[in-house]
Design a protein around this ligand. Structure first.
Ligand SMILES: [Zn+2]
Length: 352
């Protein structure tokens, strides 16, 4: 696949064309400014699902796929609100599958190949090598197919060789419609004053050039740490977390925080070793995770406030791991998320 790279910073031109890095610590789609994106360590995502399964002893596959599908379905339905009639929707489906395949590589989702697409039979089969998260990818396929056909579908996947999955999405007959599904919750964003130094040619922040795109493999690798990243919406992951909590109970948020802490402790030390003071704010903003507006110290700890926080539980888990790294032992922590989307975290050192 030929995809143009920016001659100035080396990032695929499409990244800056489709996404905007904003002063409020968010990344949004230029075409749909209400739709947030984040550049997120995707090794962390599958590791997170595995850890949660181990911590609670319940398989998560169905809940993860279903809740991701719901978000994707709502999003694509929103994109398609201008279309009229089934013919137009069929065109839309073609475009969306094409977009999934091409754009998926740019977003770091893996090496995607459409194998068999039969519109009339409402059948799509795809091979994906090295997916960013097989469960989230399956959720996307299911949700996209449902949005266009306006009927409930099914998705199955099978690992046909190591790291290569065959994914099939098809319509399940006589399944209930989508009328009762919940719309995406949106909290209005708060303005910020983060000044990204943007590439003059493609408009992505300079820091993004430390990520390397493998367009053949569909990967994004953060070069200094070797961690794999992907660009996807925080809303989908948040919906998965909300669903897990609704289905499996109140202990889920702490389990998610703990799973993310475990991941960050082992995989992020290299990042933190290179840091200077103040880098946490930039680190968050570059990834579209929110705007760190204050970090106040008191004897033995810190209180941090992040506006427009994306997937707060992951930010809490990451911050606990960061403090654990800085002070050499695990801090005690408290957090709250306000109605308007602010995440406030307090970390205290020297205790367990
Ligand atoms: Zn550039």
């Amino acid at each position: 696949m030929k995809l143009k790279l920016c001659k100035t910073c080396g990032v695929p031109v499409r990244i800056g064309k489709d996404q905007s890095w904003n002063p409020d610590g968010t990344i949004t789609q230029r075409r749909d400014p209400d739709h947030r994106m984040m550049l997120f360590d995707s090794e962390g995502v599958d590791a997170l699902f595995t850890s949660i399964e181990q911590l609670i002893g319940v398989p998560l596959e169905k809940i993860v796929i279903e809740s991701k599908a719901r978000t994707t379905c709502a999003y694509i339905s929103h994109l398609m609100r201008g279309f009229r009639g089934t013919a137009a929707r069929a065109v839309g489906l073609g475009r969306i599958v094409e977009r999934v395949v091409e754009q998926g590589r740019v977003m770091g989702y893996g090496d995607i190949q459409a194998v068999d697409v039969r519109w009339k039979e409402r059948y799509i089969s795809i091979n994906i090598a090295n997916p960013y998260s097989i469960l989230l990818f399956c959720g996307d396929q299911k949700g996209a197919a449902e949005a266009i056909r306006k009927s409930e579908g099914t998705v199955t996947y099978e690992e046909v060789s190591p790291g290569v999955f065959h994914v099939v999405a098809y319509n399940a007959p006589h399944a209930p419609g989508l009328e009762n599904r919940l719309a995406l919750k949106q909290v209005p964003r708060k303005p910020g004053d983060i000044e990204h130094e943007l590439c003059p040619r493609c408009r992505v922040p300079g820091g993004i050039s430390s990520f390397k795109w493998g367009l053949e493999q569909g990967t994004i690798v953060h070069e200094p740490t070797g961690l794999r990243y992907a660009l996807f919406g925080p809303g989908g992951l948040q919906a998965v977390f909300d669903e897990l909590e609704g289905e499996l109970g109140e202990s889920i948020p702490d389990t998610i925080i703990e799973a993310q802490r475990m991941h960050a402790v082992t995989r992020m030390r290299e990042t933190w070793r290179e840091w200077g003071a103040g880098d946490f704010r930039n680190w968050l903003a570059l990834r579209g995770l929110g705007n760190l507006v204050s970090m106040e110290s008191f004897p033995g700890g810190y209180t941090a406030r992040i506006e427009n926080a994306a997937v707060p539980l992951l930010l809490v888990g990451t911050t606990i791991a960061l403090f654990e790294f800085l002070i050499g032992s695990r801090p005690s922590s408290e957090y709250s998320v306000s109605e308007d989307g602010d995440l406030v975290m307090t970390m205290r050192g020297g205790q367990d």
